[in-house]
Each structure stands twice: as structure tokens, then as C-alpha cells.
Design a protein. Structure first.
Length: 84
């Protein structure tokens, strides 16, 4: 289930920041994000928030394993099974 951006705005700031940080650290692991300094994290957090607002990144809640994560629109479309 995708979580609308408007619903994200109702989360405590710390919760949303932690979700974004988790996403950014996953990008470090796969090589998409290379620096970990405070300034670069702040810039990346702002960029991530803008991408969420533009719906280039989406927040996906998995009811199956009760997890939540930020994913790219393309990643979600690749993983979504086609209708038979």
C-alpha cells in the first residue's frame, strides 16, 4: 500500500526524518549516495523530501511484514505483478 505524501506530513518530524535516513543509508550501501557528512545528509534529506513531494519517491507500507520504506517509483512498478 502506498502512503500519500499528505499523510506523511502528519507524522512526527523525527519519524519522517528517520524514515528518510534509512532510505539514504540504503542508497549508500548500493553506491547511489557516496558521502555521509552532516551537510551532505542534510542536503540529501531535503532532496529526498522534494522527491517525495513530487512523487518521484514513494512510501510503501507492506501489510504482509508490517514494514515501511521509501522506494523509487520505478522500483515499485518493477515489483508490482502484472494483471493476468
Amino acid at each position: 500500500m502506498l502512503v500519500p505524501f499528505e499523510a506523511l506530513q502528519t507524522l512526527p518530524k523525527e519519524t519522517l526524518d528517520n524514515l528518510i535516513r534509512e532510505y539514504l543509508f540504503s542508497q549508500v550501501e548500493d553506491g547511489s549516495f557516496v558521502e555521509l557528512g552532516d551537510e551532505s545528509i542534510q542536503q540529501a534529506t531535503a532532496k529526498c523530501m522534494m522527491m517525495l513531494k513530487k512523487k518521484e519517491l514513494l512510501v510503501e507500507y507492506s501489510e504482509e511484514d508490517e514494514s515501511i520504506a521509501i522506494r523509487s517509483r520505478e522500483e515499485i512498478h518493477r515489483r508490482t505483478p502484472m494483471s493476468e
